[in-house]
Design a protein around this ligand. Sequence first.
Ligand code: GSH
Length: 230
Amino acid sequence: MTRILYDLALGDEDVRPSPYCWMVKFALLHKGLTFETRPVRFADKSKYPDPDYGKVPVLIDNGEMIKDSPVIAAWLDRKYPQNPLTSTKAEKAAAEFYGAWGSSALNAALAPMLMLRLANAVADEDKAYFRMTREKRFGKTLEEVAATPGAAERAQAVLNVLAAPLSSHRYLGGGAPNLADYVVFSSFMWQRTVTLKELYPAPEPVAAWRERMLDLFDSYARNAKSADAA
Ligand SMILES: N[C@@H](CCC(=O)N[C@@H](CS)C(=O)NCC(=O)O)C(=O)O
């Protein structure tokens, strides 16, 4: 049985920033499934398992190709029912909410502090592609994105939302981590793999939860390489 996860890499191939790939790595670890990661860079789509799709994560599970992180998570729960990522419809709905909130509110709040750092850390052959695609997405230069006023304050305000559930629960999943934790924490891995610097003050319940998440699975995430250290 081979399980290969195609994972986005920066200039240093060991630095893996993609939040969606992180979510799938956590999902596999949660289920106790072994896997290898295969790094791909941004621009050279010929190295992707599906060049027309042109994105990762893509999981190849014993020859079967599954794409798109929420689809991969749902597929893993169907194929490997042990240690479910979500056990009830309510948990599934909550994880869907957190996924949408993470990729809109949280990622948007973090982006001004990360985009220019990412642009500097991608491989030389990716630099023009990265700048062109991201400037098109933001509708401004990466320097303008980085100069967004009040970015740290906005991140703090967004994290205050997360402090609400984490003030009374150890995890977003309640007493133990579930898919909701993995989708949100993946955004913090996007940040952590780009820089280990403290970019904004995090509310205490969120900071404590992040430490708990870093400890999971023998500190898998804590041991991930950051571009700072590359
Ligand atoms: N909806 C997809 C989004 C995947 C996605 O956007 N992946 C990014 C990395 S985070 C990517 O492959 N980017 C390649 C590129 O920018 O060319 C998922 O959840 O898996």
